[in-house]
Design a protein. Structure first.
Length: 592
């Protein structure tokens, strides 16, 4: 009997113990549930806060765009003041309509002075103590879009192989086509050859496309030759580009963004040429109309008009002549004093080995000055006009120096080493052969290196640049000269198609390259060599460094474009303008 009582007591203790255990388990589950709910709620608020900040940021940019859209021929020099006094106060005081409680984001907007000025918009949103801050930079300018990209095309942008795009963006006005084979032309009667897999390109910035359907790629490991039919849509892949885009372009999917063709601000070479001629004679509306009429009638009519008595105060119509006893030879002029005014030279102007002239140097202040004429939104600037071809030929090791803004009615031909600080408009075509174009140091600060901005209506042909030179192990490091490689300090634009080959040659460009037509870029990584394959005939072929598809770093690409935004400051007076205002948005950055 006693034993039964003892057992009954034990059972009671066991029941009580189980109750305690289940209670603790229940409390643990409840605590976990409450914690999960709190975390879920916090995460939801985090997403809502970020969404709210992004919405406010987008509205702020839309306000800036709306306020500037009505501007025509805005005075860039007064733009900063207008932003600070008229536009940004509206941005700061904007009450964004919200659907998330009563939360109102706080917006700040400031202007960083410069050319162009940069607006910094920062938005902080707070929902129940969950705070997120987004920041975005917007540059405001009156320049055409072509100057904003490391490489681009209003047509198809075709990237074959492994070029490296640094510090800049890409733009494709039609299709962006990428493959891991480069093409090249070398001792072949059959036209172009194709390499094996040499890897894909690498992009540090963004790629602007019309849609993901316009972004296609081909993998030569799957297709022995990437024919037109072998290209696949990024949009048709199972991951919709999330893993494919980093593979074929070296950047994340969010860096591939849409910019419709209608939002692209075009460059018109003819109209820009007319603008600069008008600026050279301090012309306003009526004068520009007359200049345009003469231009449309033909270059002889234009030059005759410019050479008339009405323009003698602006031009020495014929450039200093060696036969004129009152004017020293040009080579002496530039060695004693910098050029101060505009000139027209009738005929082919030859500098260097085949010409009478050894350099072309304008006073740096004169070259960089663009001044508004009495609040008319028309400007004056200084130009050297070549009514013919401009030929620069250097056979010496020291570069020919050229500083000045130049208008060329014919063709431009450059051979050999040149050091330049120039904006050049060319109505004909451009040829650069065995050329090395380095920036000319400023006469005020030798550490400030200028560059060439070349805008050519005809095609730009660049051949035999750093041909078959070995690339140092460090690769492209931003230096003007690295090992045996000299970079090109230049931004190129052509109204035509363009094809560039970083296979035998080494193209290291500190600037950019844009084509109105299709732009094709071919590149491999590492060293290439010419090798004799038939000793009897002397037939050669190109051989490539082993491992160029995978083990060789991007900086050792034979084609590198390092985008140079300093062109807007260094070449401000010579750059083409457009009516209205162009906004370039930077990346949205999560500050906290």
């Amino acid at each position: 009997m006693n034993k039964m009582k003892e057992e009954k007591g034990y059972a009671l203790l066991l029941v009580l113990f189980m109750i305690v255990i289940f209670t603790l388990l229940g409390m643990a589950v409840l605590s976990a549930s409450l914690g999960g709910a709190i975390r879920s709620q916090t995460k939801q608020k985090d997403v809502q806060t970020l969404h709210l900040a992004e919405k406010a940021l987008n509205e702020s940019v839309a306000i800036i765009k709306a306020e500037l859209d009505g501007e025509d021929d805005i005075n860039v020099d007064l733009l900063e003041e207008k932003l600070n006094t008229e536009i940004l106060p509206i941005v700061r005081n904007n009450n964004v309509s919200q659907s998330i409680g009563n939360a109102n984001p706080v917006t700040t907007a400031t202007v960083n002075p410069g050319n162009p000025p940069v607006i910094v918009v920062k938005v902080t949103a707070n929902i129940d103590g969950v705070i997120r801050t987004l920041e975005q930079e917007i540059s405001v300018n009156t320049f055409p879009d072509v100057l904003n990209y490391a490489a681009g095309s209003e047509g198809n942008l075709i990237i074959n192989g492994a070029p490296y795009f640094m510090n800049g963006d890409l733009y494709a006005g039609n299709k962006l086509l990428i493959k891991n084979q480069a093409e090249y032309i070398y001792n072949s009667a059959d036209g172009k050859n194709s390499t094996v897999n040499v890897g894909y390109p690498y992009l540090d910035g963004k790629a602007y496309v019309q849609s993901l359907d316009n972004f296609k790629y081909c993998d030569s490991r799957e297709e022995s030759v990437c024919t037109e039919n072998a290209y696949k849509d990024i949009n048709s892949t199972s991951d919709i580009g999330v893993t494919t885009i980093p593979t074929v372009l070296g950047t994340e999917k969010e860096n591939v963004q849409f910019k419709p063709e209608e939002d692209f601000v075009q460059l018109n070479i003819d109209e820009s040429f007319i603008d600069k001629v008008t600026e050279a004679i301090e012309g306003t509306a009526n004068i520009r109309t007359e200049v345009k009429n003469k231009f449309n009638q033909g270059i002889p009519e234009l030059i005759a008009y410019l050479s008339g008595d009405q323009n003698e105060r602006y031009f020495d119509v014929q450039f200093p002549d060696k036969e004129d006893d009152d004017i020293p030879p040009f080579s002496d002029v530039v060695n004693t004093s910098d050029l101060q005014k505009s000139y027209i030279y009738n005929g082919n102007f030859n500098i260097g080995a085949s010409g009478e002239y050894k350099q072309l140097i304008y006073d740096e202040t004169v070259k960089n000055t663009r001044t508004e004429i009495l609040d008319t939104h028309y400007y004056r600037s200084t130009w050297f006009i070549v009514n013919g071809d401009l030929n620069i030929e250097n056979i010496a090791s020291d570069p020919i120096e050229i500083r000045g803004n130049i208008l060329v009615t014919g063709n431009l031909n450059i051979t050999g080493n040149v050091s330049m600080d120039s904006t050049i408009f060319v109505l004909g075509s451009t040829s650069i052969t065995d050329g090395s174009i380095v920036g000319l140091p400023s006469s005020f600060d030798s550490n400030q290196i200028k560059e060439l901005v070349l805008l050519s209506k005809g095609e730009i042909l660049i051949t035999r640049v750093n041909s078959f030179k070995d690339i140092p192990d460090t690769g492209y490091n931003g230096d003007r000269v690295n090992g045996d490689i000299t970079r090109l300090d230049a931004f190129f634009y052509t109204d035509s198609n363009a094809e560039l080959y970083g296979v035998g040659s080494v193209f290291w460009i500190r600037g950019g390259f844009f084509a109105k037509g299709d732009l094709m870029i071919n590149a491999v990584r590492g060293n290439t060599q010419e090798e004799i394959v038939n000793s009897e005939t002397g037939e050669k072929e190109i051989t490539f460094e082993d491992g160029s598809a995978s083990t060789i770093s991007n900086v050792r690409s034979r084609f590198v474009i390092d985008y140079n935004k300093d062109i807007f400051t260094n070449q401000n007076a010579g750059l083409p303008r457009v009516k209205g205002v162009n906004l370039k948005r930077g990346k949205k950055v999560l500050v906290k």
